[in-house]
Design a binder for this molecule. Structure first.
Ligand code: SF4
Length: 379
């Protein structure tokens, strides 16, 4: 059977160390009842009302909003009106793509500090020698000014952000001031890293900046399996760095609510979540596997028969180091480019004719005519 990658449900396994002590659903309901009058925009009021109805309802209707286990942890770190804000953006992230709806901004924004990576993971497009060859122009670091411009445009408009895309973000020379610039600005900011170049200065920048969830990418609990998948990587180094993070956090940032997760790509049945939990469980809050989608070279893959629209066109938008704006990173060479931050802005790009056309083609069963969507398994 043809492999399909459900973007709205990418966790294969998720283990959370601390069980929820709070009744997060009830807290969410209470927060909406108390603070919904503070929201003046009709669109926000409408979403809060839908969230409230869905949380109170016991029916299992299509596209019903519910609070998943990983989301509970994110909400637990919030109080008062911020719970309502978070729920609005969570709804935009989960339900808008399911209903193929958009508003003025993407529910999720990924910003790429750098496209370079020191690893050559077997399942990653960094193994494509056309892509990784410096002279072909795909490799580079984002300038600090551009990063600040993107953050300024996103602030108060997009709350769900990942500082990561095609490269290893901690290899960007300006990553420390970049992380500090995000401080206090977003409700759900993630940083994804392979942790290989995580040092004390970067650890402090993460903890002083706006990161709410720190995701360490690692797929194994044994050195050999790790190095086989994460080519150029050493489990020992990564473990040492992640332990250092924990130590500094516990010593210097006792009140930090940052969530840490080791997240692996499940490429084979040899990878075992229980072994992962035994190995990583003491150093991070959560351990997960996400489903594997053949990212490594979509352009050379076989055409699929998938007709269903790709939900990511209504969910995420990417700004890459050179300002290119792309709808996804499966298309890592940017055939689908929808704009450039140098002559556009986040809202203009998200609502642009190029994006609109792409979404229309997917809705009209014309995905098969778009390269590389015709070879991609994401729905
Ligand atoms: S290549 Fe097309 S179908 Fe695949 S994730 Fe990107 S936009 Fe979606």
């Amino acid at each position: 059977m043809e492999k399909i990658y459900k973007k709205n449900d990418s966790f294969v396994n998720l283990k959370i160390k601390e069980k929820n002590n709070e009744d997060v659903e009830q807290n969410a309901i209470n927060a909406i009842e108390e603070f919904s009058d503070y929201f003046k925009k009709d669109s926000e009021k409408k979403i809060l009302s839908s969230v409230l109805n869905d949380l109170r309802s016991t029916d299992n209707t299509e596209n019903k909003f519910n609070i998943k286990i990983n989301v509970k942890k994110e909400i637990e770190g919030l109080t008062g009106i911020n719970i309502c804000k978070y729920l609005i953006h969570r709804y935009r992230y989960e339900i808008f793509p399911a209903k193929y709806e958009i508003d003025k901004y993407p529910p999720y924004l990924q910003i790429e500090p750098t496209s370079t990576c020191n690893y050559r993971c077997v399942f990653c497009y960094q193994t494509d020698n056309v892509f990784n060859k410096k002279s072909n122009g795909f490799m580079g670091h984002m300038a600090l000014d551009m990063f600040k411009k993107v953050i300024d445009q996103a602030e108060n408009n997009v709350e769900f952000i990942s500082i990561a895309s095609r490269g290893e973000p901690l290899m960007c020379p300006d990553i420390i001031p970049m992380l500090k610039y995000t401080s206090g600005k977003f409700l759900n900011l993630k940083l994804n890293t392979n942790a290989s170049v995580l040092d004390e200065k970067k650890i402090h920048a993460i903890l002083e900046g706006g990161v709410k969830t720190l995701v360490f990418s690692a797929d194994a609990a044994e050195p050999e399996s790790y190095s086989k998948l994460r080519v150029n990587g050493k489990l020992e180094t990564v473990l040492k760095n992640i332990k250092k993070f924990k130590e500094i956090k516990e010593k210097n940032y006792k009140d930090s609510k940052i969530i840490t997760r080791v997240s692996g790509v499940k490429v084979s049945n040899d990878q075992n979540i229980d072994n992962m939990e035994t190995f990583w469980g003491d150093v991070v809050d959560q351990v997960a596997f996400v489903d594997y989608v053949p990212w490594e070279n979509v352009y050379d893959s076989r055409e699929t028969k998938i007709n269903k629209p790709c939900s990511d066109l209504w969910r995420r938008m990417f700004v890459w180091w050179d300002g290119k704006i792309n709808p996804c990173d499966v298309d890592y060479k940017s055939d689908l480019e929808v704009g450039n931050i140098n002559d556009s802005d986040l809202s203009k790009a998200w609502t642009s004719n190029a994006y609109k056309k792409l979404r229309e083609n997917h809705l009209n069963n014309l995905r098969k005519n778009i390269h590389p969507c015709n070879k991609c398994a994401v729905i």
